[in-house]
Design a protein around this ligand. Structure first.
Ligand code: S3P
Length: 465
């Protein structure tokens, strides 16, 4: 039966994830071999963008495989507040009747994005391109994250920042522009969120908006714009960069979006299978967009047994099934220019590196300091707590591997409201000598609500402390 609300389980989690709920600690135990197959949930980046495209398009956008994590549900709520009718028909199957580009409603209440930096920043671009006022807010983690990087280009386009917390942080109240100026903008750091905010505001600009990035970041926004009928060109720029040119005010046409499985969520089972002796796991339907596969490249360099099977094109993206078997890993040097293609995967790579033979150096991780937590510090502290030798040198993290042996134990790892820190250290505990405890698993629901049952089905063992 059709329902216009978010899924019941996620709805319950919804209110708790403002960082005010009771923490829910969890312990991961040394597990038997992981075996079986599973499809990771829908890609988070594409899920946010699919809903937003639906909002900006008149008519019915159909979305299959939407991630029903808390972050994405917040974006669905924001789309409703801006005038879309957003309906969940069945698990993962959603419909959006959009308000249409140029015709958004002014939200009556502040938009609460919970833990979701992507939803906040993309929607700032959407509001920025319309003559409406909106307040953006979220949980304690979101309130610490830098937003000036989004506000700076939007102000150039004519957006007014009416209120902001110290340092350009949420809560932020913006007045968008009904006639945003088309600009040429060079992103100061490789960030798909900055690029996307400018392009989303540029959609309603009367003219050509150009974004130049020195290092290419994920290109889901560009692909979806083109899929919905916008005229957008992307060409190589410099050694690793792209130049993207968008013609404003396109006539967007509703489309059916099939969301591929999220490689950033699949990464946890993938590394777990590499670390737990005897494991053999098939991860199905994983997106293989080359701007997202840096972890695969790195793990293969480390000696991981990952077989790419059944490579195909699905929902506008390359996808494949990955057969992953327990492997002896060796330390490697991960170049800084690979960071944009694996930016969310460093916490789980650091766990893999802890089990490898020799040292792994991960270079150029400055951006990790401004994720859901200061991930560089959170990973280093978690490794130290669990007996793994590591150090930070400038923006590099260096992990000394235990050649298959990691102590684990120690006090609970502090997750700092960060889902990826939580999942990474739980994966460690499946293969370390002593169990690994984390202080709070609740944030996992932001990106991978089924993490625990999926991992348990593969053979992972968790318990409450
Ligand atoms: C995302 C971009 C990345 C990533 C985030 C999702 C996106 O952030 O860390 O989880 O969907 O655009 P930056 O592009 O700001 O590095």
């Amino acid at each position: 039966m059709a329902t216009s609300s978010n899924p019941p389980g996620a709805q319950a989690a919804h209110g708790d994830h403002a960082g005010h709920g009771d923490p829910s600690p969890l312990v991961a135990m040394k597990s038997r071999a992981l075996t079986g197959r599973f499809r990771p949930p829908g890609d988070k980046s594409i899920s946010h963008r699919a809903l937003i495209m639906g909002l900006l398009t008149v008519g019915e956008t159909k979305i299959e495989g939407l991630l029903e994590g808390d972050d994405v549900l917040r974006t669905a709520d924001a789309c409703r507040a801006l005038g879309a009718k957003v309906t969940r028909l069945a698990p993962g199957s959603w419909r959006v009747h959009g308000a249409g580009l140029g015709s958004l409603l002014e939200p009556v209440a502040p938009l609460d994005f919970g833990n979701a930096g992507t939803g906040t920043r993309l929607m700032m671009g959407v509001v920025g391109g319309h003559g409406i006022t909106a307040t953006f807010d979220g949980d304690a983690s979101l309130r610490k994250r830098p937003m000036r990087r989004i506000l700076d280009p939007l102000v150039l386009m004519g957006v007014q920042v009416l209120e902001q917390a110290e340092g350009g942080r949420c809560p932020i109240r913006l007045r968008g522009s009904a006639e945003p100026a088309p600009i040429e903008y060079r992103t100061p750091v490789a960030s798909a969120q900055i690029k996307s905010a400018v392009l989303l505001a540029g959609l309603n600009a009367p003219g050509q908006t150009t974004v130049i990035e020195a290092e290419a970041s994920r290109d889901h926004t560009e692909k979806l714009f083109a899929f919905f009928g916008a005229s957008i060109q992307s060409e190589p720029h410099g050694t690793h960069g792209r130049k993207i040119v968008l013609q404003g005010r396109p006539d967007l046409k509703p489309r059916d979006v099939l969301v591929p499985a999220d490689p950033s969520s699949g990464a946890f089972a993938l590394v777990a299978a590499l670390l737990v002796p005897g494991s053999d796991v098939l991860i199905e339907g994983t997106m293989m967009n080359p701007l997202r596969t840096g972890l695969l490249t790195t793990l293969q360099e480390m000696g991981a047994s990952i077989e790419v099977q059944n490579a195909r094109f699905e929902g506008g993206e390359d996808v494949a099934d990955l057969r992953v078997r327990f492997s002896k890993l060796k330390g490697v040097d991960v170049p800084a220019e690979r960071a944009p293609s694996m930016i969310d995967e460093y916490p789980i790579l650091a766990v893999a590196a802890a089990f490898a033979e020799g040292e792994t150096r991960m270079r150029g991780l400055a951006e990790l300091r401004v994720k859901e937590s200061d991930r560089l510090a959170a990973v280093a502290d978690g490794l130290t707590e669990t007996g793994v030798v590591n150090r930070i040198e400038g923006d590099d993290l260096i992990v000394t591997g235990g050649n298959g042996m990691v102590a684990g134990g120690g006090g609970p790892v502090a997750t700092h409201l960060d889902h990826r820190i939580a999942m990474s250290f739980l994966v460690m505990g499946l293969a370390s000598q002593h169990p690994v405890a984390i202080d709070d698993e609740s944030m996992i629901a932001t990106s991978f609500p089924s993490f625990r049952p999926v991992m348990e089905q593969l053979g992972a063992e968790f318990k409450a402390p």
